[in-house]
Ligand binder design. Structure first.
Ligand SMILES: [Zn+2]
Ligand SMILES: [Zn+2]
Length: 292
């Protein structure tokens, strides 16, 4: 994840070369509302998320058709994940003699979920605000996330593999590194990072579900309504120009504290100080430069 962050933040021209215009996207949403008001759905006063009837793409050649290649990429991701968990499990299982021995495992899963949510927020913030098609590895992801603000309904037309395979370009190398970096004597650490990386990929599917008018199943609706996974309302709060908050898309549990503390404004000032790159939120709303 560190390699991706460095690539997105550093390997772009300082003053932009961004695909997305610097002007507030609210205007484009508003004009869309004027011409196709029947396609606009308001979930709350603050969240007006347009709903289109057909997919529209930010990247030439993009499609909602799932291919064998996309299935293979996602399959490799889950195969390596399974091997990592199996390897960790074989070292952990002999140590699980009583119910109390399971507590560290449960805490590891919970911690991976909370930090996984935070990780999705930092990832989403970075690709929303920096990078373009020329960014190595994640160029297409940057353009897809930034274009998602213009046509948020497109994601709902994607199958699972079609939706997440681009994320797997980052997760596969990260998963391959785990056995190299983590000793077999630390199975909980390996489980933590394997889950953390998986939440990164799976959150993109939760993101899709949060855009669907009708959840794909009653179980998903229950999980959304109970806050176990990202809810439609929580993610709807992100979809208003200048798209400056509510970035976490796994459960959304970290969003209130991150937004209240202006975490991303501090990060943006740090990025600007180090690289000279301005965030897209600053370009859309100059007052965010000094938001404390
Ligand atoms: Zn976004
Ligand atoms: Zn979205």
């Amino acid at each position: 994840m560190c390699v991706w962050l460095m690539a997105v933040l550093l390997l772009q021209s300082p003053v932009g070369a961004l695909r997305r215009p610097a002007q507030p996207l609210l205007r484009s949403v508003a004009s869309r509302k004027l011409c196709c008001s029947s396609q606009i759905e308001a979930t709350t006063e603050r969240t007006k998320v347009p709903i289109g009837s057909a997919p529209e793409f930010a990247i030439a050649g993009d499609s909602t058709v799932e291919t064998p290649y996309q299935r293979a990429v996602v399959g490799v991701h889950f195969l390596i994940s399974a091997l990592n968990l199996y390897s960790a499990g074989t070292h952990l299982l002999p140590t699980l003699a009583s119910a109390l021995d399971f507590i560290p495992l449960v805490l590891t899963v919970l911690l991976s979920t909370v930090l996984g949510d935070l990780g999705t927020g930092i990832f989403h913030w970075s690709v929303d605000n920096y990078g373009d098609i020329k960014t190595p590895v994640f160029g297409a992801v940057c353009v897809a996330f930034q274009g998602h603000h213009d046509t948020p309904w497109t994601i709902t037309f994607r199958s699972f593999c079609n939706n997440v395979f681009k994320i797997a370009y980052g997760t596969i190398p990260a998963l391959l590194l785990l056995p190299v970096l983590i000793n077999d004597s630390a199975p909980l650490v390996k489980i933590f990072f394997t889950l953390f990386i998986n939440w990164w990929l799976i959150s993109q599917e939760f993101h899709k579900w949060a855009h669907m008018r009708t959840p794909p199943s009653p179980v998903v609706k229950f999980l959304q309504d109970s806050g176990v996974i990202l809810s439609r309302r929580e993610h709807g709060l992100h979809h208003t120009s200048p798209f400056e908050g509510h970035y976490c898309i796994l459960t959304g549990i970290c969003n209130p504290i991150l937004d209240k503390t202006k975490f991303f404004r501090h990060l943006e000032r740090l990025v600007f100080k180090i690289t000279g790159n301005e965030s897209n939120t600053w370009k859309a709303d100059a007052t965010l430069r000094s938001a404390r």
